[in-house]
Design a protein around this ligand. Structure first.
Ligand code: F6R
Length: 250
């Protein structure tokens, strides 16, 4: 695992975007696993900027998103499909049919989960997976749990996550209670993983996830076992790691 520090959010975003863009340049028909939430917004802005300058071509890229709320209309501004269209897909030359977000409105969610797993496999798997980390240590919407061996499944969001995501909705009551997410096993199958984290509120959980015991109660701790993880974090998010494991930071 590499932990790469950045002085601030803009720099963290640019560095992470550099790795994603290298992936697209080296393998133009790659499969990118994508995340939503506040953290990756700057990464997507940077990718759009390089696309507009003519440095990136997404015409052969496929994408699979980590997760989606259940029961939120896909056209809702806070659906993860809307988020991806607004922040990336509508601004680059990716064919929209190459982009995939789990369907949180499927009649049969078990069938939808199985379809999504199959889809990822049929694309040849994820070349590079972008992740954020939640305050509970979740990746995707894999909340603290008693096991790691999950594939795409339906989850009940924790109170902590509902509170954290309320900032995107009119009120906490409007945040959906359920979501569909790639499982830990699905995420771990990606060839390469890029984790982005910013802000002091992530400092404790980031240290626990990257240096604490590997335990499904801290879902992101499984990343310690992945062979190719690069973490891009700003100094605020690295505060605890900087104190306890300064030698681990590049
Ligand atoms: C989003 C996702 C989540 C977020 C996490 C952090 O697709 O899967 O794991 O990455 O909740 O969210 P932010 O970036 O808003 O702090």
């Amino acid at each position: 695992m590499r932990i790469i520090s950045a002085p601030d959010y803009a720099s963290m975003s640019r560095k992470a975007a550099n790795l994603l863009s290298a992936q697209v340049i080296l393998k133009p028909d790659c499969v990118l696993g994508l995340a939503t939430g506040g953290t990756p917004v700057g990464v997507y802005k940077q990718l759009v900027n390089w696309y507009e300058k003519g440095d990136l071509d997404f015409s052969k890229v496929h994408t699979v998103n980590l997760d989606e709320y259940i029961g939120l209309p896909v056209t809702h501004p806070q659906s993860y499909r809307s988020f991806m269209n607004d922040n990336l897909f509508n601004h680059v030359n990716i064919p929209i049919e190459n982009t995939n977000v789990p369907n949180g409105n499927a009649h049969n969610m078990d069938a939808e989960c199985a379809r999504y797993e199959k889809l990822i496999d049929s694309l040849g798997g994820v070349d590079m997976q972008l992740l954020g980390i939640g305050n509970t240590g979740h990746i995707g919407f894999n909340e603290p749990h008693d096991r790691f061996d999950t594939t795409t499944h339906v989850v009940t969001l924790s109170e902590v996550t509902i509170r954290a995501n309320a900032r995107f909705f009119d009120s906490e009551a409007d945040v959906p209670r359920y979501a569909v997410t790639m499982g830990i096993q699905t995420i771990m199958k990606a060839q390469k993983i890029v984790l982005v984290a910013n802000g002091e509120n992530k400092a404790d959980i980031l240290e626990k996830a990257l240096f604490g015991p590997i335990n499904p109660q801290i879902p992101a701790s499984i990343l310690q076992l992945h062979r190719d993880v690069t973490v891009f974090a700003d100094e605020a998010a690295l505060k605890v790691i900087r104190e306890k494991h300064p030698q681990a930071i590049d």
